[in-house]
Design a protein around this ligand. Structure first.
Ligand SMILES: [Fe+2]
Length: 191
């Protein structure tokens, strides 16, 4: 691979293919969590891990995932390639965040991404419980408590969230990293 993608390049790509505001803020939240995780797991690749987070749903508005979930991930990989990014590490990480496409996570980056994706939505759902709906109000304890309520934010795949432990980061640490990372961009993502 000749060069590693920068945040500016990833952001331009995202905005070219994804227009929905909710998808954009979700992507930004996953980018923030991925950067937080990279500070612990891959300090030389913080920006790059962020790009993988920012682009993990690049095909959200392009592929027919509602009809065929296995297209979600491989379509992003194809877009990246067509855009001149022949980056197998990024393509694999993006595909592995949706194992239903046939690619299971097997590297630290891949485990981090499959966990960071549902974590962003889970933390957001916990924030919605508070009267001010602000991320700043969310306590570590309440994230943990809600995790065990299977009906709460049922769309946040608990099994995928637990993949974080395969990176060596515990669930407890993951909560703190996610809260701190998302708090840094709370205004931008409307939380
Ligand atoms: Fe996602």
């Amino acid at each position: 691979m000749a060069e590693k993608m920068t945040h500016e390049q990833a952001d331009a790509l995202l905005r070219k293919y994804v227009k929905g505001e909710n998808y954009i803020t979700h992507s930004m939240a996953v980018e923030a969590i991925m950067k937080g995780l990279a500070k612990r797991l891959a300090p030389d690749d913080v920006e790059y891990w962020g790009c993988c987070g920012l682009l993990h749903d690049l095909d959200e508005e392009t592929c027919p995932w509602r009809d065929d979930i296995s297209t979600h991930g491989p379509t992003s990989a194809k877009i990246l390639k067509d855009e001149g990014w022949d980056d197998e590490v990024m393509a694999n990480a993006i595909m592995a965040h949706n194992p239903l496409c046939g690619k299971n996570p097997e590297t630290t980056l891949e485990y981090a991404l499959i966990a960071a994706d549902p974590m962003s939505g889970f933390v957001k759902a916990v924030a919605q419980i508070y009267p001010d709906k602000k991320l700043a109000s969310v306590k570590h304890k309440s994230v943990n408590k809600r995790f065990n309520e299977t009906r709460f934010a049922a769309g946040a795949n608990r099994q995928y969230l637990m993949e974080i432990e395969k990176t060596g980061i515990s669930w407890d640490e993951f909560i703190d990293i996610a809260l701190e990372s998302m708090l840094e961009i709370a205004d931008e993502i409307g939380l």
